[in-house]
Ligand binder design. Structure first.
Ligand SMILES: *[C@@H]1O[C@H](CO)[C@@H](O)[C@H](O)[C@H]1NC(C)=O
Ligand SMILES: *[C@@H]1O[C@H](CO)[C@@H](O)[C@H](O)[C@H]1NC(C)=O
Ligand SMILES: *[C@@H]1O[C@H](CO)[C@@H](O)[C@H](O)[C@H]1NC(C)=O
Ligand SMILES: *[C@@H]1O[C@H](CO)[C@@H](O)[C@H](O)[C@H]1NC(C)=O
Length: 485
């Protein structure tokens, strides 16, 4: 008896040998071009793809109707009647958010977890008879929903007696940092600012020690501050990045609490470090919940969206829980409108109904870098790339296949940033007329087109005017935003 497997394996072997001798043409694709440094690291790339993340400002200020606590408030005021971290995270999930950051401690020094290093915490509050732990409830709710967590631990502490004494306070701060990063599982973003008391100008934060401890205790965590190293501040709290927005910048020119806001806002095309901008803004006028305040309108939120996510940034939107310990219904409803508007605008891509052509493509027809790559769902690793040595302006063009004109007012362009942010300037033409200019693109650039500029469009051409090396475009969309006009 002959084992049938024998024949199968033999034929396999022959096939393999055959393939080694005569490589099949179809499987031979051109390698990607060399990267242009600096590049994002693993954690930064994951962070960028989140697009929208959520901030939760909650603490004693929620109960005192203030934005900055004094540090001498009575912990008995902290008594949320119905705290439910599941509701916070459900709200985030509904908005498509994959990372939520909680203020574990704000400037007042009141800790939302039972820190061993202070008496100003949930332990001294009536909430759950001092047995509660907001950070734990938050982390558990997030974990149950597959959402990542981030924490803010305010450097400025208006309660702790050691504040103002460099060695003592840095030891205190590091002790609390270790509690948070050792005892609550994975933390994906840690948020630092440089705020200080005006009566303690000489207080020095040992940021290098803090960062070293963070990187020791957590892998794949992004450290946010004015100066990175993981993620940088965008230079304002309105949620607006610069019209030109580079992820690259020179860290040597930044300092926490002392950077030039314009430089943070724009980044630096010659920057030697990849430190992308994050736009922090609150859905309400204040960071903390106040009875007298209402959430921003849908059009204000969309304006923020276009000026942050549409300008190569991640949007960190603050949605503060109220005195019940819940996100107010008005905020939940506004977020639903916002999420649904984004979905309405971007779920249809008119470019998919078009024929597509490009100035050239790397590796020729079967090289794997054709213009059709800009229409698939991968916004990083499949992309259109022209030939390396093309000196002409590179372009990609969409033409409607039917007689039906293209009705759009938003053009979305994304670069394959995994190989570096390259494009320095670009232009958009409709039926041969220049309708929009832009500088760099980055992960995502959204152009909104004024009413009346585009009529009966049959073709849309995007021309890359200037780029560091060959441009690599991962995604393009032509969308209609009914909230714009
Ligand atoms: C801060 O340090 C400077 C320089 O050592 C000193 O002159 C000043 O008195 C200090 N200020 C305070 C408030 O301690
Ligand atoms: C950033 O560093 C690069 C490389 O050293 C340099 O060419 C560039 O001028 C610097 N940017 C600024 C604003 O100084
Ligand atoms: C594009 O930029 C050029 C040169 O700065 C300018 O003349 C033109 O008006 C701009 N066009 C649009 C549509 O922004
Ligand atoms: C953004 O920059 C482009 C190109 O420089 C310019 O045409 C456009 O008017 C700018 N838009 C704003 C809002 O500044």
């Amino acid at each position: 008896m002959t084992n049938p497997c024998y024949y199968t394996c033999l034929s396999c072997l022959i096939m393999t040998l055959f393939q080694l001798i005569i490589p099949s043409q179809e499987t031979q694709v051109t390698p990607p071009p060399l990267p242009i440094l600096p590049l994002p690291n693993y954690a930064q790339l994951k962070w960028q793809q989140r697009e929208l993340i959520m901030f939760l400002h909650f603490g004693v200020n929620t109960f005192t109707d203030s934005e900055w606590g004094t540090g001498v408030e009575n912990p008995s005021i902290f008594n949320p009647t119905n705290l439910d971290a599941n509701q916070w995270v459900d709200t985030a999930v509904q908005a498509g958010v994959s990372l939520v950051i909680l203020t574990a401690k704000h400037h007042d020094g009141f800790c939302l977890w039972p820190s061993k290093y202070t008496d100003h915490s949930v332990i001294k509050s009536p909430w759950k008879n001092g047995q509660g732990d907001v950070v734990r409830e938050f982390v558990n709710a997030a974990k149950a929903r597959g959402v990542d967590v981030g924490l803010y631990l305010s450097p400025w502490d208006r309660h702790d007696k050691s504040y103002g004494l460099n060695k003592e306070y840095n030891e205190h701060y590091l002790a609390q940092l270790q509690e948070l990063l050792n005892e609550y599982g994975d933390v994906k973003e840690i948020w630092f600012d440089g705020a200080k008391g005006s009566n303690t100008p000489n207080m020095t934060y040992y940021f290098e020690d803090w960062f070293a401890i963070v990187n020791e205790l957590q892998s794949a965590i992004n450290i946010f501050s004015d100066a990175g190293p993981g993620v940088r501040w965008v230079g304002n709290e309105q949620g607006f990045a610069g019209n030109t927005s580079w992820s690259t910048i020179n860290r040597t020119l930044l300092s926490i609490g002392g950077s030039n806001a314009d430089y943070l806002n724009r980044g630096d095309p010659k920057g030697t470090d990849w430190v992308p901008p994050e736009c922090d803004v609150s859905i309400r006028p204040g960071w903390f919940w106040h009875k007298s305040q209402e959430p921003k309108s849908l059009s204000e939120l969309l304006e923020i969206y276009y000026n942050s996510i549409g300008r190569n940034c991640v949007l960190l939107l603050n949605v503060p829980p109220n005195t019940q310990g819940l996100i107010s219904n008005s905020d939940v409803q506004r977020l639903k409108e916002f999420t649904s508007a984004i979905d309405t605008i971007f779920s249809t891509n008119l470019a998919k109904e078009c024929s597509i052509e490009a100035s050239s493509q790397r590796g020729g027809k079967n090289g794997g870098f054709g213009p059709e790559n800009v229409l698939d769902d991968d916004n990083l690793w499949t992309y259109w790339g022209p030939k390396d040595d093309d000196e002409e302006h590179n372009w990609i063009e969409f033409k409607t296949k039917s007689d039906k004109p293209l009705r759009f007012n938003v053009v979305r362009i994304q670069e394959a940033i995994g190989l570096g942010q390259r494009v320095k300037s670009h232009q958009i033409y409709v039926d041969g007329n220049l309708i929009a200019n832009g500088t760099t693109i980055g992960y995502k650039k959204l152009h909104r087109i004024e009413k009346g500029v585009v009529n009966n469009a049959k073709s849309v051409k995007i021309e890359i005017i200037e780029s560091k090396g060959t441009p690599l475009i991962s995604s393009i969309g032509l969308h209609f935003d009914p909230f714009w006009w």
